[in-house]
Design a protein around this ligand. Structure first.
Ligand SMILES: [Zn+2]
Length: 313
């Protein structure tokens, strides 16, 4: 069996794992991220964690064919740089690909974490049969991955698919990015928690808002249902722009399940412009919390043909 080392860099931890060519995560570890530490120190700590993982796994180093890294954007996947992610404030223009290549002498690819998760959906998730689909994650923010004509659309610097800052309704107020009415300002978990807190007059999480919603709280229902419609409107924008066969939705907010998916599906059926667009399937992600690590490994494994990325050359 051949393996790829998948690395999923997050704001609070880095998940590392040895993923087999069958898409199974065989060995994994989680390393806490100190956002205040220098990135070079964090990376050296990572090297230590990786060496220990490989040693304890019993996998021979020769069986590891490469390293895939998923990281929060903005980044520059073509240059191998983590540019300036908001949840890793000290990471400015860190050439993570170069550092990993120097240390392990293996091919290394970097993509934003959402694009990596998109490849995991194609590899082992809900989009295996599809050559045209979108992955949408609705959690702290909203992000997407665009898989079109059989390949991941990465953009000039690897930041394509940042649809959370697509303007949807300026009446909802000013987003953290400065623009009014961004999709994620309204419909992300953070946005739902903010509006729920304003409604209830106390700080609540999105999860608590959904608990009240499931209990039939009328005022919460009046707040949430327009947000489901707004998720449907955003999906319709994506369908009109990219003509996918399917939109796979993951992330914490998608866990509310049927009530959301029914509203989105019926909005799309009504308002997508083309007859084929109106038939776009809206489905939930088939992957669990390991999707980030598996997606990072997918950057190397089965998608060689599907991505044009100069990092490994
Ligand atoms: Zn915004």
């Amino acid at each position: 069996m051949n393996y790829v080392l998948g690395i999923d860099i997050g704001g609070t931890k880095v998940a590392i794992g040895l993923v087999g060519e069958d898409g199974v995560l065989y060995h994994q570890a989680k390393i806490p991220t100190d956002v205040k530490a220098n990135p070079e120190d964090v990376i050296h700590q990572l090297f230590g964690g990786i060496d220990t993982l490989i040693e304890q796994s019993g996998v021979q180093f020769e069986k590891i064919h490469g390293i895939g890294i998923g990281a929060p954007g903005p980044l520059d996947s073509k240059k191998g740089l983590i540019t300036c992610p908001p949840n890793l404030p000290k990471w400015h223009d860190v050439n993570i690909v170069h550092l990993f290549k120097e240390k392990y002498k293996l091919p290394v690819r970097l993509e934003n974490d959402c694009n990596a998760a998109t490849l995991a959906e194609k590899w082992i998730g809900a989009a295996q049969p599809n050559e045209d689909f979108m992955y949408l994650t609705i959690s702290t923010g909203i992000g997407s991955g665009i898989y079109s004509d059989g390949r991941l659309i990465s953009g000039k610097s690897g930041n394509a698919g940042d649809v959370g800052h697509m303007m949807i309704d300026p009446s909802y107020g000013t987003c953290t990015c400065g623009q009014k009415g961004c999709w994620e300002w309204i419909a992300s978990g953070t946005g739902i928690a903010r509006q729920g807190s304003e409604l209830l007059g106390r700080p609540v999480t999105a999860e608590e808002v959904f608990t009240l919603y499931n209990q039939g709280d009328l005022s919460v229902k009046e707040m949430i249902e327009p947000i489901f419609t707004i998720i449907g409107a955003g999906c319709t924008n994506l369908i009109n722009a990219f003509d996918p066969e399917k939109i796979v939705i993951g992330g914490g907010v998608s866990k509310v399940g049927d009530p959301l998916f029914k509203v989105v599906q019926s909005y799309v059926q009504k308002y997508a412009l083309s007859p084929s667009g109106r038939e776009t399937q809206i489905v939930s992600s088939g992957l669990d919390h390991n999707a980030g690590t598996i997606g990072a490994a997918a950057l190397l494994f089965q998608i060689e043909h599907a991505i044009d990325n100069t990092c490994s050359r």
